[in-house]
Design a protein around this ligand. Structure first.
Ligand code: BGC
Length: 500
């Protein structure tokens, strides 16, 4: 019998994502010792990240078309089940307003941030996803990029962070093979408009989480079906076809970008989670290998090797007849990204259970402090980075997201100040492990904290705060938290070559 999960549990795991081998050399060092040895290269990029739908607001401003998230929140009230409220990001944290974002940029400066990863809302640029370009939408990001550069902050542009134009969803969205051309056309516009000033582009954010977990669960909710988690083998495997459209679209964008010779770099952001088996038994080891294959290797192999891992391909093919055109695979092989962005939040611990999808039972988070995105395990970041180094020819890597929220256990407001010790520890410990990976040869070039601001956390609405800057969602007042000062201190000390 499959286990019954309640909806909260389901979505918690869905966002947590699935996640590989134990860390070695740190075992003899305390985390304090690791931190004291922490020294990042001079050109290490200190950044922070956001995504359009989560912060911008202005959901109908200046000719913007609707995105699927506008529809989910305004029409399907998708947050209701989890928050008990019909929340939308129609205003979000008002970052569409230049007066507001200029203050936000000032705060970034104050923290010592050098690089800002943001995403573009496709339906601002192309209200219908294809066809007419909306000049006002283009102008918004033009101005934002200029304003960032004027403050010496590098703009890093994610082309797609989950907010598909509704008009394209009406045509079948990512299930439609034409989606590859829709995306390639949109990405070309982005390169043409912003490629003179933006030198780092990210094609997609987290194909695994978005296409294989979040979207299917939302669609089930909208269809009044009971969301199934983990997804059934059949529905999961079917969605692998959609995710293949992301992969080809990504490779096409890389190819087009290179042909334009704009002098920058282009990569993709993947959700990466190292997977650990409960025991060393053959069965648990198989569960680990499969989870790693489904969550990590499927995407890393596709974009860095131009192939899908044979064991997982065979597994999927026992369920669905999956065929990938040789021309698609050679497009991927011939267009590897310049860098890989990894989003690391938590590891995945598994054991074998033949009654579960693919024989994988995901084990619950063992921590007392239940972080929103799963177990806090900084060594997992080290393990993930070292595995990418060893298995994929040591590509350039950026940590494009890493961060945490703990709800009421953290983020405590006293005398107008916000204390978030748990988040401070999280940031320090993960940076120490990132640094340890660099010292052991990983080609890690930068770190983007998720997130600078509290914002709209998808299906969890405003209830899950991940920011180092507190936002009062009623008044839009920003208040730097203790973690803001902590991150600023780390950056400063690294600049001064001081130990932490
Ligand atoms: C997503 C972000 C999200 C963060 C925290 C990542 O999976 O890219 O959009 O807010 O996790 O849950």
């Amino acid at each position: 019998m499959r286990k019954n999960f309640n909806l909260l549990w389901i979505l918690f795991f869905a966002l947590l994502g699935c996640k590989t081998e134990q860390s070695k050399d740190s075992k003899n060092l305390t985390s304090q010792e690791i931190r004291q040895k922490m020294s990042f290269p001079d050109d290490f990029v200190w950044g922070t990240a956001t995504a359009a739908y989560q912060i911008e607001g202005g959901y109908q401003a200046d000719g913007k078309g609707a995105s699927i998230w506008d529809t989910y929140t305004n029409e399907h009230h998708i947050t209701f089940f989890l928050t008990g409220e019909k929340q939308t990001a129609n205003t979000a944290i008002n970052h569409y307003d230049r007066k507001q974002y200029l203050q936000d940029i000032q705060l970034m400066k104050q923290a010592g941030i050098r690089s800002y990863r943001f995403s573009v809302a496709w339906s601002r640029i192309l209200p219908e996803g294809i066809g007419e370009i909306n000049p006002k939408g283009v102008a918004y990001y033009d101005q934002l990029i200029d304003d960032l550069l004027a403050h010496d902050i590098e703009p890093v542009l994610t082309i797609y962070h989950w907010d598909l134009p509704q008009k394209l969803a009406d045509k079948g969205g990512w299930t439609n093979p034409k989606s590859v051309d829709w995306y390639a056309n949109y990405a070309n516009i982005i390169f043409d408009k912003y490629g003179d000033r933006v030198k780092k582009f990210i094609t997609f954010n987290e194909p695994f989480i978005n296409q294989l977990f979040l979207e299917p669960l939302i669609q089930q909710g909208i269809n009044h079906e009971i969301p199934q988690f983990p997804p059934s083998e059949r529905s999961f495997t079917k969605n692998v076809k959609n995710v293949h459209h992301w992969m080809i679209a990504h490779a096409k964008a890389v190819q087009n970008y290179r042909q334009k010779q704009l002098g920058g770099t282009i990569g993709i952001t993947l959700s990466i989670s190292p997977v650990y088996p409960k025991t060393q038994s053959t069965e648990d080891f198989l569960a680990m290998k499969r989870t790693d294959g489904i969550h990590n290797r499927w995407f890393l192999d596709a974009v860095l090797k131009g192939e899908y891992p044979t064991d997982i391909l065979q597994l999927y093919r026992t369920i669905e007849p999956l065929e990938f055109l040789p021309k698609d695979m050679s497009l991927l092989r011939n267009n590897p990204p310049d860098f890989i962005g990894i989003n690391y939040y938590a590891p995945t611990r598994v054991q074998w259970d033949e009654d579960e999808s693919f024989g994988i039972e995901l084990l619950p988070n063992p921590d007392d402090n239940q972080a929103f995105n799963g177990e806090v395990y900084p060594e997992g970041l080290y393990d993930a980075l070292m595995k990418i180094k060893t298995n994929y020819g040591n590509p350039v890597v950026y940590i494009t997201e890493n961060g945490a929220g703990f709800g009421k256990k953290d983020d405590q407001i006293r005398d107008g100040k916000i204390y978030d010790n748990l988040r401070c520890d999280y940031i320090r410990e993960h940076l120490a492990q990132a640094n340890r990976a660099i010292q052991n040869g990983a080609n890690l070039k930068g770190y983007y904290l998720w997130s600078f601001f509290d914002n709209f956390e998808w299906v969890f609405g405003f209830d899950r705060r991940f920011g180092v800057v507190h936002v009062d969602f009623e008044t839009q007042k920003r208040t730097p938290k203790q973690s803001f000062y902590e991150y600023a201190k780390i950056i400063k000390k690294q600049d001064l070559k001081m130990p932490l």
